[in-house]
Design a protein around this ligand. Sequence first.
Ligand code: ADP
Ligand code: MG
Length: 292
Amino acid sequence: ATPTALMVGSGRGAERGILIRSGEAIQTMKDVKVIAFDKTGTITQGRPQVTDVLPSDSSSSEEVLLYAASLESVSEHPLASAIMQKAEESGVSRKEVQDFESITGKGVKGHIGDHEIIVGNRKILSMFNVDYQEFADRMDELEQAARTVVLVVMDGKVIGILAIADTLKEDSVHAIKAIENIGIKTAMITGDNRKTAEAVAEMVGISHVISDVLPGGKVDEIKKLQSEYGMVAMVGDGINDAPALKQANVGIAIGTGTDIAIESADITLVRGDLKSVVSAIKLSRSTFRKIK
Ligand code: ADP
Ligand code: MG
């Protein structure tokens, strides 16, 4: 592209809250065939809230919250803040944690008093051979309602589950529709489970869902999309999105996201809403249409 076109593009982008680090990226944007979106904090607001606390017959909501919130107080995951907030609202105090361990993409583990506590998804329960059959049906129902379910385990037994919901960003549905109307395919890449991921994708209008991706696995998913479709843009906000943002032909960070995502991206959406992705595509097409 001519330097003038790039400068004009950058200036018009800045007016729309689109910060462009590389002129090449905004030029590539017009040739993108697929845009892959992270789920939490990108399509959704990233402020998850506990909606349900379901104790087992031998436990209580207070006990489930007490152990879950105590263990999660050491974690930095968005789900952890939701659980701690719920415990606080419910007036449940916290206990001290020892031997804390975080297993990425799966959950957390530690000792509280004499008890071994595990909080996380099916994958971490399988790792430690914990049976969750008693809750399987309720988990399915909650996940079909787009909630993320977290299991709470004490000494090898599930004492309860927590359902956590995150609200869609206001313009996510419109933005996805607009992108599809332009003729660009949309996909979602998430570490969350298939059912929850599919429920969220359906609400927002994304048909291609890539779920259960372990942190670090997002890069490979971008590579697969590239070999199948060609130019790929990735939109994300998290630490674990950073390598995928670099791998993508155009990496787009949510401005309200983590610094590492922003540093890894070619474009930053200051306002953090997905409408700006549509503006970026239009900007790219209008700036570079005539110079070929
Ligand atoms: P994403 O950023 O796409 O939500 P993550 O890899 O951060 O994906 O997490 C994937 C899944 O791992 C979560 O949906 C949750 O089930 C589980 N998980 C990760 N960290 C925690 C935690 N601190 N507490 C409970 N569950 C967790
Ligand atoms: Mg995210």
